[in-house]
Design a protein around this ligand. Structure first.
Ligand SMILES: Nc1ncnc2c1ncn2[C@@H]1O[C@H](COP(=O)(O)OP(=O)(O)OP(=O)(O)O)[C@@H](O)[C@H]1O
Ligand SMILES: [Mg+2]
Length: 249
């Protein structure tokens, strides 16, 4: 049984074939990069795995369960989390409050939420998990400071830490390295590697920063014109003439 299976997925927008028979299977937990030139279909596929868009035809399965038509909240209930391009942190809340909020049960109305995180009614291990993630993200020194003091890159790490609070079985990251200054990129890579070692699962990462993703992922899937062009180790992908041509073309 695959952890994630994408089978012959098609999605057309008018005359544009955003996805045109995309398919791959991921059997093992790991960090997998999803790359490809602009317009290759990465975000469209990503949205389909997350349940934000649905295929015209084809199938998506999570741990053997057909998820093709499941809404996002049902995928979240199975253990799927995604991060967004724009940061979603609450600037006036402390880092710890941000993380505890992410561990809340989903059924609470928004007016109750902040009061709720201040009480003890959180899942048992939430505080421990928050501290562990703050340490892995090297943000522990700011645990009780408002998130507004963080740099853009640190906010991104906090956002990823929030997505990791529930120990997702699938974590989808959309260009986590985008806009992050070079000094913090190493810390982000170390954080993702350490977080993955600590909890396992599949981290699927769309990324344009080649150096970053090649150093982080054990496997790279290359998309081109709505389908998978190449799939292999970072070394094999970097040596592939088809991949080089697709990027140059
Ligand atoms: N909602 C939409 N309506 C029309 N065309 C769309 C829509 N979404 C995506 N497309 C088109 O589908 C193709 C694939 O887009 P997609 O955003 O998935 O590519 P991408 O690989 O994420 O590219 P980038 O690296 O630039 O983010 C592109 O030609 C895009 O213009
Ligand atoms: Mg995109």
């Amino acid at each position: 049984m695959s952890l994630l299976a994408v089978e012959d997925v098609h999605k057309h927008f008018g005359g544009v074939r955003a996805l045109d028979g995309a398919g791959f299977a991921i059997e093992q937990p790991g960090i997998v990069g999803l790359i490809g030139p602009n317009g290759a279909g990465k975000t469209t596929l990503f949205d389909m795995i997350a349940g934000r868009q649905f295929p015209d035809t084809g199938r998506i399965a999570l741990a053997g369960q057909d998820a093709t038509a499941l809404p996002p909240h049902a995928r979240a209930a199975l253990g799927l989390q995604r991060s967004f391009q724009e940061c979603r942190v609450f600037p006036e809340w402390t880092l710890r409050e941000n993380l505890l909020f992410a561990a809340r049960p989903r059924s609470f109305g928004s007016a109750l939420l902040r009061a709720f995180t201040r009480r003890e009614a959180l899942p048992d291990q939430a505080e421990t998990r928050a501290d562990e993630l703050l340490r892995l993200a090297t943000l522990d020194a700011y645990a009780d400071a408002p998130a507004s003091i963080l740099s853009f890159g640190q906010r991104r790490m906090l956002e990823i830490a929030s997505a990791l609070m529930t120990r997702p079985r699938w974590l989808l990251l959309d260009e986590p390295a985008a806009g992050i200054n070079p000094g913090l990129l190493d810390a982000l890579g170390r954080f993702l590697r350490a977080a993955h070692e600590a909890q396992g699962g599949l981290f699927l990462i769309v990324e344009h920063n080649m150096e970053f993703i090649m150093g982080l992922a054990g496997r790279i899937i290359v998309m081109h014109q709505g389908a998978v062009l190449e799939d292999g180790t970072p070394a094999a992908i970097q040596a592939s003439s088809r991949v080089i041509e697709a990027y140059l073309g």
